[in-house]
Design a protein around this ligand. Structure first.
Ligand code: C2O
Ligand code: CU
Ligand code: CU
Length: 477
């Protein structure tokens, strides 16, 4: 079976927003896709990995002519890919060399609240901090991004985002591409507007429903091409845009196979010709270029705009088959007694709210006991005609989607997820449990909605080790 539709409600696609900014094919010649290097650990032993991650300002050559002033991790723009091996103790020294405070949020990582890097853990300019935690979750593509309230959106727009890859022994046994940089690459989808002298101007482009620009930027490259030297290529798609959702398809309606979502492999591979990704989601796909010959070009589109080119070179034949079963979900069972928690995302523009309220750093909105599974029922009250898809995200956990308005979830929602697009007038149910204590945010991942208050926080208590959690006050920042 091959799916050919985008599943989400068509009237809610961003193309219908009042302030929608269509992508435009860039007027620059094709440039080699920047594939972020793997960040070199400061040290690695059989049991431990040590990294240093520095937030810094710099200049990146993105367009012909003037360089763009940007922010990044250990480099001018975006960052190197950070690899965590499951089972190891990780030690990350985070350092802030920016002129303002930032935080280091590990989107999708199962860690305690004080490591998670939400808005209660600011790192001030000139300061550094060491984060120690154990990596214990399935292989997945996660990401690191800034999360200071309420300037997450602006800092991500400046470039503070990078891919994080978790590896485990199970994934390592599967016959799927995993030669990083060759047949396994992150594809970070973002969009920007280049103003005079190729500069970005967040304030000039501000829109409370999410800042957009007409130029697609992939791994910090405009109009990229990628040299295909293997028959199969694994793309770790990450929607790192502030607001834009991407509706992806290839030239010739080339089929591809999704193998992973946000927090794990999918239980079974799913074949598509069209695929929509909402903000902060990850989708790993394997593209088989077997029908092409050297010199051919395959184009990736979002809606009808070309955003990336694949230049086909000589490759050895590859008869490997993606296994029918990729991952086993081993999640807590739902019983009659499983508590149900309702969450409501409402409004648009400045009116956005979560459960009718704006985010308040000093208010705990909900509590859940560590280890306990609960059903979360998340409703988007926008109306179908003028509303939008709000991508709902939870920190500190990975959840399992149960249903959408009582119907089966989309076919690519079988694995663990931490972000899910909720259509207008729809209720999505999933089960969620926390492995670590702390205070965790949950919010819409259209980042201007998050900064605009469509966010709340939950306190997760470990009954065996009761703890007081320190809430940073807005006034202290
Ligand atoms: Cu990707 Cu609260 O964040
Ligand atoms: Cu997050
Ligand atoms: Cu939203």
């Amino acid at each position: 079976k091959v799916y050919t539709d985008y599943f989400f409600y068509e009237p809610a696609f961003n193309t219908h927003d009042g302030g929608y900014i269509p992508l435009e094919a860039p007027n620059v010649k094709q440039q080699k896709l920047k594939v972020p290097e793997l960040l070199t650990p400061d040290k690695e032993t059989d049991t431990d990995m040590y990294y240093t991650v520095i937030s810094q300002a710099g200049e990146a050559q993105i367009m012909p002519g003037k360089a763009t002033k940007t922010w990044g991790y250990n480099q001018a723009l975006l960052g190197k890919t950070i690899l965590f091996k499951r089972g190891k103790n990780i030690h990350v020294t985070v350092k802030n060399e920016l002129p303002e405070l930032t935080t280091y949020h590990w989107h999708g990582l199962n860690v305690p609240g004080d490591i998670d890097g939400g808005c209660h853990t600011p790192v001030y300019p000139g300061e550094s901090k060491v984060l120690n935690f154990k990596c214990d979750q399935p292989a997945a593509t996660l990401w690191l991004h800034a999360h200071p309230c309420p300037s997450t959106a602006e800092q991500v727009w400046h470039g503070l985002a990078t891919a994080v890859v978790v590896k485990d022994e199970h994934e390592a046994t599967l016959p799927i591409p995993r030669n990083y940089g060759v047949d396994d690459i992150p594809v970070i989808l973002q969009d920007r507007r280049f103003h005079e002298d190729n500069q970005w101007d967040y304030k000039a482009d501000y829109d409370p429903d999410g800042v957009q620009g007409p130029t697609a930027m992939i791994n910090g490259t405009v109009n990229p091409y990628f040299d295909v030297t293997t028959q199969k290529v694994r793309l770790r798609l990450l929607d790192g845009a502030n607001r834009r959702e991407w509706r992806l398809h290839f030239s010739d309606d080339l089929e591809f196979t999704q193998i992973a979502g946000d927090g794990s492999l999918l239980t079974h591979p799913v074949n598509f010709t069209h695929l929509m990704i909402t903000c902060a989601e990850r989708q790993e796909i394997v593209v088989d270029f077997g029908q092409y010959k050297p010199g051919d070009e395959v184009v990736l589109y979002s809606d009808d705009v070309p955003i990336m080119h694949f230049r086909i070179h000589e490759f050895a034949e590859d008869n490997s088959v993606i296994p029918d079963t990729l991952f086993e979900m081993n999640t807590p069972k739902v019983t009659e007694n499983t508590p149900v928690r309702k969450v409501v995302m409402s409004g648009m523009d400045e009116e956005v709210a979560l459960d009718g309220k704006k985010f308040d750093m000093e208010r705990i909105d909900a509590k859940q006991t560590m280890g306990n599974c609960e059903i979360w029922e998340v409703t988007n009250t926008n109306d179908c005609e003028n509303g939008m898809v709000h991508p709902f995200h939870m920190h500190g956990c990975q959840f399992e989607v149960l249903d959408r308005d009582g119907h089966a979830p989309y076919p690519n929602e079988t694995g663990l997820k931490d972000t899910i697009g909720v259509n207008p007038d729809e209720t999505v149910r999933f089960k969620a449990w926390f492995d670590h204590p702390g205070v965790f945010m949950y919010h819409c991942h259209i980042i201007e909605h998050e900064d605009g208050g469509m966010m709340a926080q939950i306190q997760v208590d470990d009954p065996d080790h009761p703890q007081e959690f320190h809430l940073t006050k807005m006034d202290d920042l």
